[in-house]
Ligand binder design. Structure first.
Ligand code: FE2
Length: 162
């Protein structure tokens, strides 16, 4: 069996994930693996996708807690999947990542886009605050996220489904 045969391919979120979710286990176990700095990155990534696929508030909050991770790559992935989950429980953590000037640009950019994807207008003030950010990656992501929020809130959304 080749690697291609083993990877499940397109997820329920329409993305091809960099690591397949771990089918065995539960939210508590995946969270423990994710938060374990000594676990291999591949296993931690698998836990990210398992937690996302759980679709639970508990899974969402475990992903938020993992923003304490040392790896900027992992933090960026967390922001991305939190956007896919579209759970407003992630808003405070995503706003905190976007607002931290010491955070990696890739993470701030992804946090901004996730705030747009979640579709909760409560994210608007934070996105507006960084529209003029000195880093174009952040400023442009806020612009796109605000446009997405406004577009979803407009009547035209009713007849122009994705
Ligand atoms: Fe990105």
């Amino acid at each position: 069996m080749s690697v291609a045969d083993r990877i499940p391919g397109v997820s329920q979120f329409g993305s091809v994930d960099p690591a397949p979710p771990e089918a065995r286990g539960d939210v508590a176990q995946w969270k423990a693996t994710l938060l374990d700095e000594s676990s291999p990155m591949f296993q931690r990534m698998r836990s990210v996708f398992s937690l996302r696929n759980s679709g639970t508030d508990e899974g969402c909050l475990a992903l938020c807690e993992a923003f304490s991770a040392d790896s900027a790559l992992l933090r960026h992935e967390l922001a991305y999947v939190l956007g896919q989950m579209q759970n407003s429980a992630a808003l405070p953590s995503l706003i905190e990542r976007l607002s931290d000037p010491d955070e990696h640009l890739m993470v701030r950019h992804e946090a901004a886009e996730a705030l747009g994807a979640i579709g909760n207008m409560d994210a608007k003030p934070a996105l507006e605050q960084f529209l003029e950010d000195e880093n174009p990656e952040v400023a442009e992501s806020c612009e796109v996220a605000l446009d997405l929020l406004n577009w979803c809130a407009s009547p035209q959304w009713e007849d122009t489904k994705w």
